[in-house]
Design a protein around this ligand. Structure first.
Ligand code: FES
Length: 188
């Protein structure tokens, strides 16, 4: 390399520095817009999506027969601008054994306006309390009488709810049944 070529290379590198700095100044706000809770230069950092704090566990023996329904509380962490860097919210749920022995779990927060719904085993009781007679056990909300068919994936069968309640992922390992995560989306 001649002395002239070396000098040109140095000058090119020096000239590129403001360009790279400008690019960085543009990219950083863009990334913070897309992922507001990441640190300014932590573009490849871990996801800021809500995460479970811990699994909730049951055993198969807790569900001796079809339509056994147990309440539980699931702790979900959300990124926040506070000293801990997160907030923990408790989400009430129901875990149910279906007649085909599948174990399913749902958030009890009604997708209509966020009330906490109930498990109603008896169709007659549902008719009296919620103005709808289902085929079998359902989830039913006391606020505006939405009814969800548990055997059909939480399908709305009566009332104003726009969609089924959010589902939890359930993992089975031997006798142990764990509720490990909540379907993505808002809390309700
Ligand atoms: S909040 Fe449940 S039906 Fe309105």
């Amino acid at each position: 390399m001649t002395e002239g070529t070396g000098r040109r290379t140095v000058l090119k590198v020096v000239a590129a520095i403001p360009l790279a700095a400008t690019f960085g100044l543009l990219v950083s706000p863009l990334m913070r817009y897309l992922r507001p809770t990441i640190k300014p230069l932590d573009i490849l950092g871990p996801s800021d999506q809500p995460k479970p704090l811990e699994d909730v566990s049951f055993t198969k023996g807790d569900f001796p027969e079809a339509w056994t329904c147990l309440p539980f509380m699931f702790s979900q962490t959300y990124k926040e601008y506070n000293p801990e860097g997160m907030e923990v919210r408790k989400i009430p749920g129901f875990v149910v054994r279906l007649p085909n022995d599948e174990i399913v779990a749902y958030s009890r927060i009604c997708p209509h306006l966020g009330c906490i719904f109930n498990f109603v085993k008896d169709p007659e009781e549902c008719l009296k309390g919620y103005n709808f007679k289902p085929e079998g056990p359902v989830f039913a909300c006391p606020c505006h009488l939405s009814v969800y068919d548990i055997a059909q994936g939480g399908k709305v069968v009566s009332g104003p709810a726009p969609r089924p309640p959010r589902q939890f992922t359930v993992k089975t390992e031997g006798e142990k049944i764990s509720i490990v995560s909540l379907e993505a989306g808002g809390i309700a």
